[in-house]
Ligand binder design. Sequence first.
Ligand code: FEO
Ligand code: CA
Ligand code: CA
Ligand code: CA
Length: 612
Amino acid sequence: MINPSAEVTDFDRVVEESISRRGFLGGVLAFGSFAVMNSSFVGEAAAAEDRFAFEQITTSVDDTIKLAPGYKSEVVVRWGDPLFSGVPEFDHATRGTAESQARSFGDNIDGMEVYAHGDKLIYVANNEYTNRSIIWGNNPDGKAVSDDDIAKGKMAHGLTVVEIAQGENGWNIVKDSPYNRRITPDSEMELTGPAAGHDLLKTKADPTGTLSLGTWNNCGNGSTPWGTYLACEENFNGYFSATDEEHKVSAELKRYGISAKDWGYGWAKIDDRFNVEMNPNEPNRAGYVVEIDPRDPNSVPKKRTALGRFKHENAEAVVNNDGRIVIYMGDDERGEFLYRYVSDGVYAPGADTDDLMENGTLYAAKFDPAGSGKWLELSEDATGMTKAELCVHTRIAASKVGATTMDRPEWVTSNPNASEVYCALTNNKNRGIKPNAGGDLTHVEGPNPREGNPYGQIVRWKPAGADHTADTFAWDLYCLAGNPTVHNDAFGGSSNINADNMFNSPDGLKFDSNGLLWIQTDGNYKNEENFAGQGNNQMLAGDPVTGEIRRFLVGPNECEVTGLTWSPDRRTMFVGIQHPGEKGNSHWPEGGDAVPRSAVIAVTREDGGLVG
Ligand code: FEO
Ligand code: CA
Ligand code: CA
Ligand code: CA
């Protein structure tokens, strides 16, 4: 099906409109009602001053970490580092076994958080996925040759919980800490909320529909005001397959990208749960936000069905003025939606919080091109679905209410200094060209203003009356990424993008405690054509008031920079380096002939000062 975008949106007209409107940042391309934006977005913000405690650096194509002058970094923990004594160190020749991997740091780090617990620091990270060509790179064709290879890949997924400490040798993990724990695709979890016990969740492994085994492909994360960790299940579909390659899955599974063929992980070969012919409901137990208590190593993680089922990027929890919990969430797929959850109950520090992610209402965002927007409730009336059904088939519910198809919503983050929320829309080659998997058209307009968008943008919105539960909001674009050395039109980016700070594909997004917006990229690093001069993936910081964006860090070859958090004293910033050498061209962090390994780095100031 071809999206008839040419008739409803004319690319030239949209671009012209965008350029003729003067933005709230004094020249940034803004789409929407500038008069409203100008007063509401800039008015309440703190006085403009230089919030950057660093000088911008140039791009890099070197196989190393580059940092702003005055800052240094060290590796804290890498894929395959053992969490316990008696587990062998990472073996570059074999890349470990399923047994060693299950008790070592997982692969491809993504969302992360540090929790203070008494005098201990507990670090939690998602281990999103594995690069098959790396984890099985010791095999002749880079593929699994044994069941143990497949099981090793499976055990590299999930999360790692590990105590960390800063000593004379810098930051390290504390081996054998009682808090150390791997959460894998086989760990037992509880299904909670409106869909728990529903027929759609009943499987051979759990006929009650209230339990689930494991979590995998956890991308971004969130953290609750009560100190639990939220792991967000993203591309959970790529692990399912059928024995019969011609097997047709249901329309509901198809909407989530499930098919008879997996992405090469092979899990169905060792675990029938991942065979959709045999277990068609198994995929309904994945695609959720999982709440984990990092302080109790025996706690059973809870999958929160009330927060909906889609390809969750992260979960940004905000305590509203009235005490209700509002959680903003993106669904990272071309033309999918941006969501909000509002709790029924209110948060009271110290009181029981179990109900707050059990009973509440889901909404999907509708953006009006003129600069306003509305949260559309996913109610039983509006969708014709039961509450349980809409918590499982959330994409279908959001399509029914007519939410706006977005350019792949990645991380969402809220500004601690203002009632405003930002979301990275990473890119979308299908914008204006193809509808989403549900057939919803992808008009070139509003916060998604460029056809075939290769660069991405950051949208922000301000809830009406500074009330995160309000039905309406005002929005504009914080930036349009682009390449001004290649393009003179909107593909050159907004006016806060220039030849010195340009990037593509914003993904990780997080405000620090001072209100500086950190931007991490997962983009095209070929450094030519559309991406000429943009180098390796990187991390930048943006001032929400002035719009200025500066590059702070550049990652090693073929990596993505993703995941960000701070030590409680704010003197260390932890940053994730995911999939270095995903195409075979990195030996980071060890160099020489070493196998490239995803790792977390600690970034500190040489003078010991604050970093966020
Ligand atoms: Fe795992 Fe949307 O990035
Ligand atoms: Ca991401
Ligand atoms: Ca991404
Ligand atoms: Ca990624």
